[in-house]
Design a protein around this ligand. Structure first.
Ligand SMILES: NC(=O)N[C@@H](CC(=O)O)C(=O)O
Ligand SMILES: [Zn+2]
Ligand SMILES: [Zn+2]
Length: 439
């Protein structure tokens, strides 16, 4: 079913002058001033900014296995509310997404949901066990067309396995996304290692446990000539390693999460496990470093690491609580707050880091009609998000589309609002989403 044509009037395309966008048959039919389309439904874009549909490189949808925390349906609804038109679904499900069968199942559930395109991530090792390579080629060749492989949740800590994974994915232009956490250095770790962890009596997670793996893996990637991507980079030292690696032309990309752009380890003083996450919240100095690195392109991408957990896994003592926090619905607001309103990025910079770059890294920026991370130009797929940068709102966890409630931003006032999201010309959020229906 093809959605009705939509004429968005008077929205600023990135940082440009106000213009109209005509969405027809899933594509951007025209961009310009004073467009006219008698058969189109008009969406007033005055005062809004139009961005390309956001692409998340790092989402936990929890299905199959933890449908009490999130499902593909609810997670992609949250994605649409957050302005995302595509999400990469991490492999740490139950069963683990380590076969063509499981990744195809997740991909199919995404198609059925219709709220956002789901790009399954394949596990690097069988069962995330870190011992035996999973069937990477079969996942790549499956209907899901997997290009991103990750054992996220755990680190591929065996250097030989990491090398072999990098060699393997090179054949089909894949990328290994590494959760950089040296396991021996982080046994029982609960929060950033420092004076504060000592004072609070919580076992420390030292920065070097991340940096040692980042350093090893950029060297391995360069040695093999294959792409590595660093998940949720969190320390100044990691920034320095990636910066040096890029100067030397090594094939590395990196992401930072919204929470590592905004929050610090000081929040652990509350002992509220809402602030317990992997890697842990770091210090204000690390926050400054990751913001700078995102601004200058050393860090390529903002990825949410949306990690839903049911109440019983969070509403308990810090030591036994699960790691992770929600992120899809608040990501753009946090990026506006930390990067745009501070003058570090303009909207074109946001489009690069939240749409173009993640789509390129995940290799979903091409393909007839199904591509993401494309500019808002005539002939491109009509994946568009409308943002009101002058709005502001207080985060209410009860209003979330997610099945879980573990947002660290509850009660916080954040700028900006996603007004509407369009996937191939059909409203998946706002813009009268209900009227359009699911095709
Ligand atoms: N980030 C987290 O703290 N948790 C993630 C796993 C991960 O991203 O490492 C999860 O699956 O809950
Ligand atoms: Zn991780
Ligand atoms: Zn994750």
């Amino acid at each position: 079913m093809s959605a009705e044509p939509i004429l968005i009037t008077g929205a600023r395309v990135l940082d440009g002058e106000p213009a109209d966008l005509l969405l027809r048959d899933g594509r951007i039919a025209a961009v310009g001033a004073g467009l006219d389309a008698a058969d189109a439904r008009v969406v007033d874009g005055t005062g809004l900014v139009a961005l390309p549909g956001l692409v998340d490189l790092h989402t936990h949808l929890r299905e199959p296995g933890r449908e009490d925390a999130e499902t593909v349906e609810t997670g992609t609804l949250a994605a649409a509310r957050g302005g995302f038109t595509a999400v990469h679904a991490m492999a740490n499900t139950d069963p683990v997404a380590d076969t063509a069968g499981v990744v195809e199942q997740v991909w199919r559930l995404g198609r059925e949901s219709g709220h956002a395109d789901v790009r399954p991530v394949g596990a690097v090792t069988v069962g995330l066990g870190g011992e035996q390579l999973a069937e990477l080629g079969a996942m790549a060749d499956s209907a899901a067309g997997v290009r991103v492989f990750s054992d996220d949740g755990v680190c591929v800590s065996d250097a030989m396995l990491m090398r072999r994974a990098l060699e393997y994915v090179k054949a089909f232009d894949g990328v290994v996304a590494q959760h950089a956490q040296e396991p021996r250095l982080t046994e029982g770790a609960q929060m950033n290692e420092g004076e504060l962890s000592g004072r609070l009596g919580l076992r420390g997670w030292p920065r070097v446990a991340e940096e040692a793996i980042v350093a090893r893996d950029v060297l391995l990637a360069a040695h093999v000539g294959s792409r590595v991507h660093i998940c949720h980079l969190s320390t100044r030292g990691s920034v320095e390693i990636v910066r040096l690696a890029k100067e030397r032309g090594m094939p590395v990309t990196a992401e930072v999460t919204p929470h590592h752009l905004l929050l610090t380890d000081e929040l652990a003083t509350t002992y509220d496990p809402l602030y317990k996450v992997n890697p842990p919240l770091r210090t204000a100095d690390d926050v400054a470093a990751v913001r700078e690195a995102l601004a200058d392109g050393t860090i390529d991408v903002v990825a949410t690491d949306h990690a839903p957990h049911p109440v019983e896994d969070k509403d308990c003592e810090w030591d036994v609580a699960a790691f992770g926090m929600l992120g899809l619905e608040t990501a753009l607001a946090v990026v506006q707050h930390t990067m745009v309103d501070t003058g570090l990025l303009d909207w074109a910079g946001v489009a690069e880091r939240m749409s173009y770059a993640p789509a390129r890294i995940g290799r979903c920026d091409t393909g007839d009609g199904g591509a993401h991370g494309r500019p808002l130009a005539e002939g491109e797929p009509a994946n568009v998000v409308l943002v009101d940068p002058s709005a502001s709102g207080t985060v209410d966890p009860r209003a979330s589309s997610s099945l879980s409630r573990n947002t660290p931003y509850a009660g916080m006032k954040l700028p900006g609002a996603v007004v509407a999201t369009f996937l191939r010309g059909r409203a998946t959020f706002g813009g009268d989403a209900a009227a359009g229906g699911v095709s």
